[in-house]
Write a protein that binds this ligand. Structure first.
Ligand SMILES: [Zn+2]
Length: 239
C-alpha cells in the first residue's frame, strides 16, 4: 500500500505575526501524526486539540523562540505522565545543540522542587545529514535564515520538503539544489511561482509540500491592512 502524506499546519505566522499562530506543521502518514515540525509556544496545545495527545516526535528547524518556545510546556506535559516521559523523539541538528541548551534547558532547576533534568523528559536525537524515524529516512539540509549554520530544512525524498523560515526563492533554490533526490519538489516550482508567494518579503515564511500531484505554499506577507496569507493556509491541510 502506498502511504498517503498530509501536512497539517498548526500555525503559519511568525514572532511578529502571532495572530497566525506559530509556524509549525504535523506530517501525517495515512491520517496519523508522524512528526511535528517546530514547537512554538502554542504548538503543544494546538497539537493536543487536533489529536488528543502531544506529539510523539519533533524536528526543530532552528531556535527562534516561536519555533522552540513550546518545549518547556512540552516538558511539563510529558514529565508528569509516565506514558510519555522520555518517549518524545526530538530530532535536532548537532550544530544547534549548544544553542538549544542555552535557550531552553539551562534554567536552574526545570522544576522548582528539583529532581528533574530537562532532557530526561525527551529522547533527544542529534542528527547531521538526516535521521531515521518510523522506518523512514528524512534528509536534513542547511537553509539560510539569519547566520549560516543555524537553520535546517527537512525532506522526505519524493514526498515533501520543508524549508523553515527560509526567505525568498533564491535562497530556497540554493538550499534545495543540494538535495538531488527532490526532483519532484523541484518540478513543483513552476506551479509555486504562479502563486502570490512569489511576492513574499524576506520576513515571510515558505513551506512546500510536493507529493507528485500537487503542491502548496504557506506564506504570509505584510500589507497595508495587516498580514495577508496565501489561500492554501486557510484550509489548514495540504495533501
Ligand atoms: Zn526564524
Amino acid at each position: 500500500m502506498t502511504d498517503r502524506w498530509t501536512l497539517h499546519f498548526l500555525g503559519t505566522g511568525a514572532a511578529h505575526a502571532i495572530e497566525l499562530g506559530n509556524a509549525s506543521a504535523v506530517l501525517e502518514r495515512n491520517g496519523e501524526p508522524l512528526l511535528l515540525i517546530d514547537c512554538g509556544p502554542d504548538c503543544v496545545r494546538r497539537c493536543v486539540d487536533a489529536y488528543g495527545k502531544p506529539p510523539s516526535a519533533v524536528f526543530l528547524t532552528h531556535l527562534h523562540m516561536d519555533h522552540v518556545g513550546g518545549l518547556e510546556q512540552m516538558f511539563t506535559r510529558v514529565w508528569f505522565d509516565p506514558e510519555w516521559r522520555g518517549r518524545v523523539h526530538l530530532y535536532v541538528h548537532a550544530g544547534l545543540l549548544p544553542l538549544l541548551q542555552g535557550r531552553v534547558a539551562d534554567y536552574p532547576n526545570v522544576l522548582a522542587e528539583g529532581g528533574a533534568n530537562f532532557w530526561e523528559a525527551f529522547r533527544l536525537v542529534p542528527c547531521s545529514r538526516g535521521f531515521w524515524h518510523a522506518g523512514l529516512w528524512f534528509d536534513v539540509f542547511a537553509t539560510r535564515h539569519h547566520r549560516p549554520g543555524t537553520s535546517f530544512g527537512l525532506a522526505l525524498p519524493g514526498s515533501f520538503v520543508w524549508t523553515g523560515d527560509t526567505g525568498p526563492f533564491r535562497k530556497c533554490w540554493m538550499c534545495m539544489r543540494r538535495v538531488a533526490s527532490l526532483w519532484r519538489t523541484i518540478a513543483a516550482w513552476s506551479a509555486i511561482l504562479r502563486t502570490p508567494a512569489s511576492t513574499m518579503s524576506s520576513a515571510s515564511t515558505l513551506r512546500i509540500c510536493a507529493n507528485g500531484c500537487c503542491c502548496t505554499t504557506t506564506a504570509a506577507w505584510p500589507t497595508a491592512s495587516g498580514w495577508k496569507r496565501a489561500g492554501s493556509i486557510s484550509r489548514g491541510r495540504a495533501t
